[in-house]
Design a protein. Structure first.
Length: 341
């Protein structure tokens, strides 16, 4: 029997392969695989359902990830997926795979972080599962939420000339990871050395304890603005923008000088000799919202301090970066691919 390696498909190729073999059999299923959350008709509203799994050694390293932060982050990334549909999360279930090196006190720490996140985002923990794991610690969370039927935002609604917006700075989480990995190597070489993180709190915090931008969803709702398309930035701005463009059948022009990058991110980029623009485009785990609005609607939201215009959508289906130095460069999706070797 012929064998095909997973890395030849990539994560999204595998998702497409799986989804192509299934068709919805229930009229309540409005949207299945292919967006930030599934959409189910429950009467006067749509229910949103999203699942994310975090695996030790792939998504987090327990040598520098406090379990309390991990619990918080696991909830936040699922709440962010619900927000990316213009919805508000209401419930979560938590399933964990435990190895015998995890203590009761460690689980208490994890769930303390989960509890803090539940309080911050006003979601209820309503169930889950526990199982033994031979391959490290695993945490999987499913979130449900709701959105008014006329306010849902998919990935496929962007139109030419729509304004492309992001809800905050980019690239910080990527450099937070670089700093923590560097300090881990220093510690392994000399356990007497103390980590030097005094001036890196912002970028490290962005990695270890990201915030889901539910505040923006409330603000858009209050202003009566429904994004024409939306996605959250988990795999990098370039990758997520490609999803919006591909599914909407449009292109995009992004302005290099409009990309929001914090000072600490800039300084750390210089330290590591890595372009901050490269990190902003491809770093991932920022969990900001990337969305498009009609030009008329942008007038309503332009005074929101955390809504930053970075470009516009085009009809020619190319995705480009307008360089500060002049000219343009093609944007390619180089974000995180879970199935690369």
């Amino acid at each position: 029997m012929e064998r095909t390696e997973l890395n030849t498909l990539g994560e999204f190729g595998l998702i497409d392969r799986i989804s192509s073999k299934f068709t919805s059999q229930n009229h309540e299923t409005i949207k299945g695989i292919g967006d930030d959350a599934a959409v189910i008709d429950v009467g006067d509203k749509f229910m949103l359902v999203s699942t994310d799994m975090l695996l030790e050694g792939i998504h987090f390293d327990l040598s520098y990830t406090p379990l309390r932060h991990l619990g918080y982050k696991a909830v936040a990334v699922n709440v962010s997926d619900i927000a990316a549909m213009n919805g508000i999360a209401k419930q979560i279930t938590v399933s964990i795979g435990l190895s015998n090196r995890i203590s009761v006190e460690a689980i208490d720490e994890l769930y303390e972080g989960i509890r803090f996140a539940c309080e911050d985002y006003k979601v209820d923990l309503v169930g889950g599962d526990t199982a033994a794991s031979r391959s490290g610690f695993v945490i999987s969370i499913t979130a449900t939420g709701f959105v008014e039927k006329d306010k849902i935002a998919y990935r496929n609604g962007a139109k030419p000339n729509d304004i492309l917006c992001v809800t905050g700075d980019l690239g910080a989480a990527y450099f937070g990871l670089q700093v923590l990995e560097r300090e881990k190597q220093v510690y392994l070489a000399n356990p007497e050395m103390q980590p030097e993180l005094q001036e890196k709190e912002y970028i490290v915090g962005k990695l270890l304890k990201p915030e889901a931008r539910t505040d923006i969803i409330h603000e858009l709702n209050e202003l009566g603005v429904v994004p024409t398309s939306m996605i959250d930035i988990s795999d990098g701005l370039a990758s997520e923008l490609m999803h919006l463009c591909t599914q909407s059948g449009v292109g995009a022009m992004v302005f290099e000088d409009k990309l929001p990058i914090e000072d600490q991110t800039m300084l750390t980029a210089t330290e590591f000799n890595i372009s901050p623009i490269t990190a902003a485009l491809n770093g991932g785990e920022d969990y900001q919202l990337l969305f498009t609005v009609k030009q008329a609607d942008f007038e309503k939201i332009k005074n929101l301090s955390d809504v930053l215009p970075i470009g516009y959508m085009t009809a020619n289906k190319t995705v480009e970066l307008a360089l500060t130095s002049g000219g343009t460069a093609a944007i390619k999706a180089q974000g995180w691919n879970h199935l690369e070797k």
